[in-house]
Design a protein around this ligand. Sequence first.
Ligand code: G1P
Ligand code: ZN
Length: 545
Amino acid sequence: ARSRQWHFVVPSLDGDGLTKGSRVQALDLGWKVPHGTPMKPQIRHGGPFDDQKPGTSGLRKPTRTFCQPGYLEIFLQAIFEADPPGPAATLVVGGDGRHFAREAAVTACRMAFANGFQRVVVGQGGLLSTPAASALIRSREAHGGIILSASHNPGGPEGDFGVKYNTRGGGPAAPAVTDAIYQRTRELERWLTRDDIPVDLDAVGRTAFGDVVLQVVDPVTDWLELMQTQFDFDAIRELLSRPGFRMRFDAMNAAAGPYAHALFERCLGAPEGTVMRGVPLEDFGGIHPDPHPDGLVDLIATTRETQPVDFAAASDGDGDRNMILGPGVVVSPGDSLAILAAHADKIPAFRGRGLRGVARSLPTSRAVDRVARREGFDLYETPTGWKFFTSLLDSGRISLCGEESFGTGSDHIREKDGLWAVLFWLNLMAVTGQGVRGLVDAHWGRYGRDLFQRQDYEGLDLEIATALMDRLKASLEALRGITAGPFSVLKAESFCYTDPVDGSRALDQGVSITLDPDARITLRLSGTGTDGATLRVYLESFIPS
Ligand code: G1P
Ligand code: ZN
């Protein structure tokens, strides 16, 4: 049993380990400890900040920016004020294990208690992959969750740090919420904390401090249980035990490691060594934790040996992305989404209910559109960023969605889920008897093939990149009808989206140029970089079967 002893540090007026110049004041919110002493959140002074506008997926900044006094705290305080907890509310806290995530998890727990949360559920060691955090928000009926991650951005003192806020139901906060958070960060001059609460992230279990409860959970358990409701684990186990069948999963020294070890090697019976780079490191071992062929040299080599592995996959910093490989083939994410959609009825998650609809982000290839048209389910095109899928998933309009940036997911949670997609592929291989190449070739044979390429121009001057996009938007009219090489421009537009569920609008989410014969160019500026601007140019062209 865990001790319920109260470790109370009385805040003194000249500070208890406060940053220079900050003050502490008593604020009576009626907090009580068992022996009747009122517990008071401490007020710390700092802020406001004018650069905390969340991007495509939370707030990402260089780690050194986040480590400035008060920087993390003001952003968290703004979250708690923009979306205040109701009575007896629960908050989920965890991150991808990068440098500063552990300290930030402790800060988030203390500030959550000071801001009225009654229970905080935190992953052991402060670790939670993004999909596991979304799963926990749902299973614990939490008010929301703080995910301490900059996803695929490099980590470490010289890398990046990030904070994502997910709301009730487990999805990334909607633009209206992130706008309200941003507004608050520009006004706040103080934050609330309960630095008297001794947050121990390592011991799994519940500890009560007066009226509030800290619950440290195994990061893997809830998510792994959920996976068993989605897939045929016996069929996958049988596949993995077939003589000669070999797979590799590269966790890139990041958050997916513990999940992959538990899933493949302990639960599904794959031999030890199936998971590569499975221990999360604070700096990801100095690599860019992004499933991109450049960073996966060893994994890709396993698919090109004389005796190649049958199946290989990788994930990113916070475990929400997936890359699927087979002998001599890297599956394009747009194709992966289309193949999963075409075979949805073969896994338990969709058996008997089928697919009502599927969504993809604007720049994602239109391979899945062809499946939707032929098989008769709805197709939605959304702006880039998982948050735009939430209302479609919540309303039951879609049950599967994906992005070209190696993101695939479904209505089992409200985030993309790297290992979920890997399991989907394994389940498919187990029940169809086909390998990766066979499934891809058969798909192209039936629906045709969408060639896809993304070019990233990184480290651009922000003003120049913005001016380029503005000029492009201004010349859309002139583009229509022109001919270039074999192509003529059918349509050229700046993509504006109206959410079909709540009617909210997102303007100018990228420029999209549709060509004849069937091809498309999409251009947009990235919203996850921390250095200048990144221009992404997406090119696709259709080859009929
Ligand atoms: C990138 C991807 C986008 C994804 C996001 C978070 O955003 O392009 O699909 O949702 O990371 O993983 P971008 O940098 O393009 O704004
Ligand atoms: Zn990610």
